[in-house]
Write a protein that binds this ligand. Structure first.
Ligand code: SF4
Length: 269
């Protein structure tokens, strides 16, 4: 996943997985820095609390933590961008995160973006994609996505570990992390799938890993061949690779700006 001369950027959220990953990589000798995205989620002060945990670990391991504010970069926090663009909050959030992590990595010389996805996360995503036969998503659900024009390499080093194992690793290494879930995760389908998979695992230990690893080894490469990623071209607004003329994040920003302009004109008239 990581070549000796790679410069690693860990996507740090303040939760156990990303903090555990950042700690593990530095323990293994990788010169990994962190990037915390302030999503501007004010409910329960989620964003400000999670940032504090990321800062604490950065101080302990003596690595740089970059902090980027979504409001400053995009003009609005994630919940407002989602509302204004009529997207589900998590869908808008995911698009903004991928966009800003990639842009930051490329602009600052990082060659690899590492995320803390664990086996439970990936198996749940796989289950969701299989239940709806989302072949395009399945084709790209790999633990390593190589770099290509305008997109940094993305890796998921924790995919062999379950959520419980990562939590144990984090606790044993005395890494404080935010235990509060993001308020927008309530009712998420992924949590339901995780629950189902845990029940299956209890009855038949090893199923979760078999489900995921057999997919990655045997099915994903076939799909990758059959469903090659559509051709990407630079967004005419920001230059990010996209399949459309204007990338989804620029479209979201523009919709949000139009809504604000409309509301302002209604207030003034
Ligand atoms: S639960 Fe949704 S809104 Fe919250 S951090 Fe995750 S993707 Fe973003």
């Amino acid at each position: 996943m990581i070549a000796p001369d790679d410069k690693v950027l860990v996507a740090v959220s303040g939760g156990k997985d990303s903090l555990g990953l950042w700690f593990a990589l530095t323990e293994l000798g990788y010169e990994a820095d962190g990037l915390y995205l302030d999503l501007g989620i004010s409910a329960g002060e989620y964003s400000s609390h999670s940032k504090q945990f990321a800062q604490q670990l950065a101080e302990r391991i003596q690595r740089t933590l970059h902090i980027v504010s979504v409001s400053e970069e995009m003009g609005k926090p994630v919940p407002e961008l989602a509302f204004a663009s009529k997207r589900e909050t998590c869908s808008a959030c995911g698009a903004v995160k991928r966009y800003l992590f990639n842009r930051f990595a490329l602009e600052n010389g990082y060659t690899v973006i590492a995320t803390g996805h664990n086996l439970d996360d990936e198996a749940a995503t796989l289950m969701g994609n299989v239940l709806r036969w989302q072949l395009g998503y399945l084709a790209r659900q790999a633990p390593v996505l190589p770099a290509k024009n305008g997109l940094a390499k993305r890796i998921k080093p924790f995919i062999r570990f379950t959520e419980k194992q990562v939590a144990l690793f984090t606790i044993l290494n005395r890494i404080p992390y935010i235990e509060q879930e993001c308020p927008f995760s309530e009712g998420a389908a992924s949590l339901f799938y995780k629950d189902l998979l845990n029940k299956i695992e209890e009855r038949s230990p090893g199923t979760k890993w078999a489900f995921y690893s057999q997919f990655v080894e045997q099915i994903q490469p076939l799909l990758d061949e059959k469903f090659p990623e559509p051709e990407l071209r630079p967004c005419i607004r920001c230059g990010t690779p996209t399949t459309a003329e204007i990338c989804s994040v620029c479209r979201m920003k523009e919709r949000a700006n139009r809504l604000v302009a409309r509301l302002n004109s209604e207030v003034n008239s």
